[in-house]
Design a protein around this ligand. Structure first.
Ligand code: HEC
Length: 266
């Protein structure tokens, strides 16, 4: 539990609340005492001898139910078509619960709205999101090494993936493929023509194993599987960007959304 008092206003609120709680407790004790005293005086007047404590007396004190044979005493005078009404007390167990809810409400308000020690729904949601995010990262880190050309995923909605991919591309690939992927020693990666297929699986495979005899090195020793996935995803994002000085197309025209490997023209 962390209690932080950021401003004088909050401090004043806390003080007021503390005073209110003390007042409520004092009031409650006073009321209970008054009731007890009244009961004792009544009992004395009636000459009732208080019974020794037992389960039966305890149960009776909780319900305060008037026995059927004594109901005449609490019968109200009015009669509606012969229907008469009993003036029963609220059962004490019910009243105690009601008092308990008042105390609970004060504690609840202090906890959630004044000291803000417990988060509200929105805060809880954000906390859950944060833990879920951590779990995802942990899971991804654990599974990063397991990604291969069959399990590689197209992640167009994750800007972080393309961002990391872009970094790798600029530092490791742009020397041969151009800063913007327009091509150089290596082929243009922004057009619709591909030598080895355009699906995410094809891209992963060619980056992982390379085409050593044609000058494209294998990156599996340098890049981790998840990094290859990132850079393959980045290549997907630059498709159709048509950068200046684009190299002439090589290979076959392939729908960039195709997922199967087309026959490569070598
Ligand atoms: C030393 C130069 C060089 C570097 C560095 C290089 N490539 Fe290549 N890349 C090539 C060449 C050359 C080819 C064409 C291979 C062929 O003719 O089959 C190629 C082909 C490719 C292809 C297949 C293109 C197609 O049309 O099917 C992809 C995808 C690719 N590279 C991605 C990358 C990535 C990603 C990197 C960085 C991690 C990278 N390359 C680094 C030279 C390079």
């Amino acid at each position: 539990m962390k209690i932080s008092l950021k401003s004088g206003e909050e401090l004043a609120m806390v003080l007021i609340l503390a005073m209110l709680i003390i007042l409520a407790v004092v009031l409650l004790i006073t009321v209970i005492n008054v009731f007890l005293v009244i009961k004792r005086i009544e009992a004395k007047h009636k000459g009732v001898i208080t019974e020794p404590f037992s389960f039966k007396t305890w149960w009776k004190s909780l319900t305060k139910a008037v026995p059927v044979e004594n109901e005449e005493a609490i019968l109200l005078r009015h009669s509606y078509d012969g229907i008469r009404e009993l003036d029963n007390h609220l059962p004490p167990w019910w009243k105690y619960m009601f008092y308990a809810t008042i105390i609970f409400a004060i504690i609840y308000m202090a906890d959630y709205h004044i000291w803000k020690t417990s988060p509200l729904s929105d805060g809880e949601y954000q906390q859950e999101l944060a833990t879920a995010q951590k779990e995802i990262e942990l899971y991804q880190a654990k599974n990063a090494a397991a990604i291969d050309e069959k399990t590689v995923k197209l992640l167009p909605n994750d800007p972080k993936v393309a961002e990391r991919g872009k970094e790798i591309f600029s530092s490791k690939c742009s020397a041969c493929h151009g800063q913007a992927g327009e091509g150089g020693v290596g082929p243009n990666l922004t057009d619709e023509y591909w030598l080895h297929g355009s699906s995410i699986n094809d891209l992963f495979k060619v980056i992982k194993y390379g085409v050593p005899e044609k000058g494209m090195i294998s990156w599996k020793a340098t890049l981790k599987p998840n990094e290859i996935q990132d850079v393959a995803n980045y290549i997907k994002t630059i498709g159709g960007s048509n950068p200046p000085n684009s190299k002439a197309p090589q290979g076959v025209k392939t729908d960039s959304t195709a997922s199967s490997t087309p026959v490569a023209l070598l």
